[in-house]
Ligand binder design. Structure first.
Ligand code: ZN
Length: 181
C-alpha cells in the first residue's frame, strides 16, 4: 500500500545550461508541488501506513524552500553574491534547482529523516517510495530509490541562509541530517 502527502512551496530559481532561454537566463518563480509517497509492510495500531502528523520534520524541510531563492552552487559567483545580498531567504544547492534536482534532493533528505525516525505506534517498515516534484501544472519529475546513484553530494552541501534558519521551530532535524550525512 502506498500513501501520499502533498506539500507546496513558492520558489525562485535560474536553470543554467538548459535548452530554454527563458529558463536559463531569467530569475523566475514557480508554485511547486511536492508529493511524498510512502509504503509499509504492515499497518500501524491506527490502521495507517504512517500518521501524517509524524511528518513534521519533512514539512519543515520543504517549508524552508518557501519564498526562497534557490541558488545552484555552480552559479556565477557575482550572481551568487548579488542574490545573497538582495534576499534573506536563500537555499544553496549542490544540484541544479530543476524539478529533477529537487526530486533527487528531497528523496535523499526525506529518506534520511525517515530512516532515523523512531516509531512507537506499531508501524511497520515505513519506506519512502518516491518523491514527485511539480514545477508547473503540466509536468513533474519523480525520484525513486534507484536514482540515489545520481546523488554525489551530502546534506552538508545544502545551505540555508540565516533568514530561513531563524524561522525554524527547532533545528534538531537538520542537525540529525548533517550528523548522518
Ligand atoms: Zn523555472
Amino acid at each position: 500500500m502506498i500513501i501520499r502527502k502533498l506539500f507546496t512551496f513558492e520558489g525562485a530559481h535560474i536553470v543554467r545550461n538548459c535548452s530554454s532561454r527563458r529558463c536559463r537566463e531569467n530569475l523566475h518563480g514557480h508554485s511547486y508541488t511536492v508529493e511524498v509517497f510512502l509504503s509499509s509492510d504492515r499497518l500501524d495500531n491506527g490502521c495507517m501506513v504512517l500518521d501524517f502528523g509524524l511528518l513534521g520534520e519533512v514539512r519543515e524541510l520543504i517549508d524552508s524552500f518557501d519564498h526562497a531563492c534557490t541558488l545552484w552552487q555552480g552559479e556565477d559567483p557575482e550572481i551568487q553574491e548579488w542574490i545573497r545580498r538582495c534576499n534573506c531567504r536563500v537555499v544553496e544547492m549542490p544540484v541544479s534547482p530543476t524539478s529533477e534536482g529537487f526530486a533527487l534532493l528531497f528523496f535523499f533528505l526525506i529518506d534520511r529523516l525517515l530512516s532515523h525516525t523512531i516509531y512507537t505506534n506499531g508501524e511497520g517498515k515505513v519506506t519512502l517510495s518516491s518523491v514527485r516534484v511539480h514545477e508547473t501544472a503540466t509536468g513533474y519529475a519523480e525520484a525513486f530509490r534507484e536514482d540515489l546513484k545520481w546523488v554525489h553530494f551530502t546534506a552538508n552541501e545544502v545551505r540555508f541562509s540565516e533568514g530561513i534558519r531563524e524561522e525554524w521551530k527547532n533545528n534538531k532535524w537538520w542537525e540529525k541530517l548533517i550528523e548522518i550525512s
